[in-house]
Design a protein around this ligand. Sequence first.
Ligand code: ADP
Ligand code: UVW
Ligand code: MG
Length: 393
Amino acid sequence: MNDAILVLNAGSSSIKFAVYAHTEQDLTEYLSGQVEGVGVAGTASRLHLEDHQSAPVSSDLGHGVDHDSALRAVLEHVRSSLGELTLRGAGHRIVHGGRHYSAPVLIDDAVLGDLHELESLAPLHQPHNLAAVEAVRRVAPELPQVACFDTAFHRTQPAVAQRFALPREYEQRGVIRYGFHGLSYERIAALLPEYDQRAARGRAVVAHLGAGASLCALHEGRSVATTMGFTALDGLPMGQRCGNIDPGVVLHLQRMEGMSLEQVERLLYRESGLLGVSGISADMRQLLSSSEPAATEAVELFCYRILREIGSLAAALGGLDALIFTAGIGEHAAEVRERIVNGLHWFGMELDQAANLNNGPLITTPESQLSAWVIPTDEERVIAAHTIALLSR
Ligand SMILES: Nc1ncnc2c1ncn2[C@@H]1O[C@H](COP(=O)(O)OP(=O)(O)O)[C@@H](O)[C@H]1O
Ligand SMILES: CC(=O)OP(=O)(O)O
Ligand SMILES: [Mg+2]
């Protein structure tokens, strides 16, 4: 097995990467890693690499490292670790596919041009996603590259779930609810039958809680509603993003506070969310270990908004069979899960304390009417599988 695929997932605060060795039938992770704390002021960046042969390696990249230098470090590490493997392609997570891209696509100049046009709809992601494509083109111009979209999985939603209450002409021009984190939801939908047959055949809400956070309502494993909308700013409060906000606030900030478009964009995308409310950090780990009242209030608001949105998605589904936690916070922050599951006691959910502290997988008691699970996501594997499928056509 000498053929391999490189996967790059440039998120808002991290670059995740992986190399998969593959045959037509088999996909094996050969190495994986991530650089954390990318582009977050005052945070140290660390590159972490696991290659399944030697011990994991961690190296410090210093403070305030930007996406570009992090990416260069990643490509260097990958190149020196390939051994006998030959890269046959690269797959990328591209956050926004807009109106025209609702399935993975081979990247050429025309596609790249289209995707650049969507940058302002995902300013924390799209430029970094595309910079990764361009960086790979520079070091390996012949390597075919595939774009896999966060928005694609949600195109199964009924029209009513994708529609804003704006005049129709805006919808025709592409102003709809796209939804994001679709590669993660696709992975969870594929794994769910192994954990919970009833929910896989019925109604589930998946909570993807990471630096970006959203919820997705799955009916029979397909997306029927989600909290993010036209951009990845909508829905839940996130590390640095405000989430759902009265659009009147945006008008007020511009008219009454005299803020420019750029200032408002910066406020909503980079200075709000957990960071804005706590005044301390965008990182849930730091907030949970802090005794500052503002840190506690930020966590409280995060959980409160999640509870409210779970109610909304359960209503869209006409009921609920299971809740699934995933991504950085969802997989690791027992305290956040505890607050949410306890907040759903009225709904028939009963937390299994010990299982929750162990990160599951099942974190509700046998008596609980609704189950809650912790299921690790793996966007990189989904991207690798799509990339191989597309390249072997
Ligand atoms: N042990 C933990 N406890 C609480 N939060 C955690 C833990 N580990 C990671 N996180 C949170 O997960 C977030 C990153 O999630 P992740 O899904 O990796 O983000 P992204 O892919 O969007 O960059 C961090 O900002 C951190 O707040
Ligand atoms: C779309 C999005 O918010 O992604 P991330 O969680 O990687 O920031
Ligand atoms: Mg992520």
